[in-house]
Design a protein around this ligand. Structure first.
Ligand code: SF4
Ligand code: SF4
Length: 433
């Protein structure tokens, strides 16, 4: 037996004489006595320790075989995947005027037509191969609820199609939350809606400045009321977008949630993200220059750890440290724009050179144009973080370089935050599923 290539070992001052071991391959962790670890290094295993560490992926019989297994991880995820996932940008219209809106000059009265929706339904049906057990659609906008009737039509058709095949249909919304009333939640829950991701950018004074209605009026109170009305009907996930200047105010949001009765048992997850800089090919209607360009920026590292600690300390769930490949690498995942163009990532919507096909003509081979397998270079192939990264986010590279010919290396970021995140998970007893 040898130590896994994907093992991180940290000191653990919270418990004298213990080390913290974490597997980037299995997202497993264990506290181990230092003397036990030292005897393992010398090849002395008790049968009990060997069985546990083997199960957790921390020791392996053959590190070369392990490396091959990790290099085949994306293929294996794709082979085992039984869900056809489609994200639908159902319109590019919005009743908000957010200062950092990534849609920039793409925004406007662009709605998916009934005809395109018909082609979408046909596309999903023809891609629902016999090995699939589930269809999931994530409806995005603009604001998806401005296309409520079309969401109902598509969901009604998909639900009866899936059930007719002995499969399940589910859908989610990524919404600004202003239109998500109880009646709508009940109606959509009957059509497969299981979750809604709603954005709250911190406490009212920050949120209302960043995410006002088009009229300029604040949106915070109305959204909170809508979450209160709907959180027992579907899962509500809260997301928020912070900047270097305002991130320290985000924890104030929790006082407002608690006052409204939106305690951790009512909210399925809370995650805050730094606002990304707009790429140079987008003309935002507002001059917003506070975005970040790399997860490795020191303030992004520091803010991410601070806010995650605050979320967990308040008892809410947050994203776990687990392998989560870029969706571009997932075969049965598509993003369909309102005009019928097909992409592999929401962030690239509208950039024709990243379109991989359309609903009428189908999908072309995109492996080369989207640089799938970009991680198959010397450095990534031997990287201990490979299972957590696989070359990072292509869009981030695009924002930074204007093309996707390089990896988006998360090494400095993971070197800085991984230990903190794992220790947070232990402190707040976060379970990896
Ligand atoms: S390119 Fe980035 S944003 Fe797009 S799917 Fe991949 S990880 Fe996500
Ligand atoms: S991009 Fe960087 S962190 Fe990611 S796998 Fe490659 S070397 Fe590792």
């Amino acid at each position: 037996m040898e130590l896994s290539r994907y093992l991180k070992v940290y000191t653990y001052s919270e418990k004298t004489g213990y080390l913290l071991l974490f597997s980037t391959k299995k997202s497993s962790k264990i506290l181990l006595k230092e003397e036990t670890f030292n005897s393992i290094l010398k090849g002395n295993f008790s049968p009990e320790n060997e069985a546990v560490l083997l199960k957790l992926g921390m020791i392996v019989p053959d590190t070369e075989a392990e490396k091959r297994e990790v290099h085949g991880m994306l293929d294996s995820i794709n082979e085992k995947n039984r869900t056809l996932n489609v994200s639908v940008i159902i319109n590019l219209d919005c009743n908000f005027n957010c200062v950092y809106c990534y849609e920039g000059d793409m925004k406007g009265k662009h709605y998916m037509t009934d005809e395109t929706a018909g082609l979408l339904v046909d596309f999903i049906k023809s891609n629902f191969t016999p090995n699939k057990k589930k269809i999931n659609i994530d409806f995005y906008g603009g604001e998806p609820l401005l296309s409520l009737e079309l969401i109902k039509e598509i969901s009604g058709e998909m639900k009866s199609f899936a059930e007719g095949r002995g499969a399940v249909y589910s859908c989610h919304l990524v919404s600004n939350g202003s239109l998500f009333k109880m009646r709508i939640a009940q109606e959509l829950a009957g059509l497969g809606l299981t979750g809604v991701k709603i954005t709250l950018d911190g406490p009212p004074e920050v949120h209302n400045a960043f995410r006002p209605f088009r009229s300029g009026a604040g949106s915070f109170e109305g959204i909170i009321e809508n979450i209160r009305q709907t959180c027992d009907i579907v899962n509500i996930q809260i997301g928020g977008n912070y900047t270097q200047d305002n991130h320290r105010k985000f924890p104030l949001l929790f006082g407002h949630l608690e006052k409204a009765g939106l305690t951790p048992d009512k909210i399925s997850e809370v995650n805050f993200y730094p606002v990304m800089k707009n790429p140079s090919d987008i003309n935002s209607h507002v001059d917003f220059n506070d975005g970040f360009m790399s997860l490795n920026e020191p303030w992004v590292i520091q803010a991410g750890a601070l806010l995650r600690e605050e979320i967990l300390r308040r008892g809410y769930n947050s994203l776990k440290v687990t392998p989560s490949p870029c969706q571009m690498d997932i075969t049965d995942f598509y993003v369909v724009n309102n005009d019928g163009g097909i992409y592999k990532c929401q962030s690239f919507i509208g950039r024709k050179n990243f379109e991989i096909g359309n609903l009428r003509d189908g999908v072309a081979d995109y492996k080369a144009s989207l640089k799938l397998g970009i991680w198959k270079n010397g450095e990534c192939k031997d990287c201990e973080y490979l299972p957590l990264c696989f070359g990072g986010c292509r869009y981030m590279t695009y924002v930074r370089d204007g093309n996707i010919s390089k990896v988006d290396c998360k090494k400095p970021h993971l070197d800085s935050v991984l230990e903190t995140f794992i220790k947070q998970d232990i402190k707040y007893k976060v379970l990896n599923h």
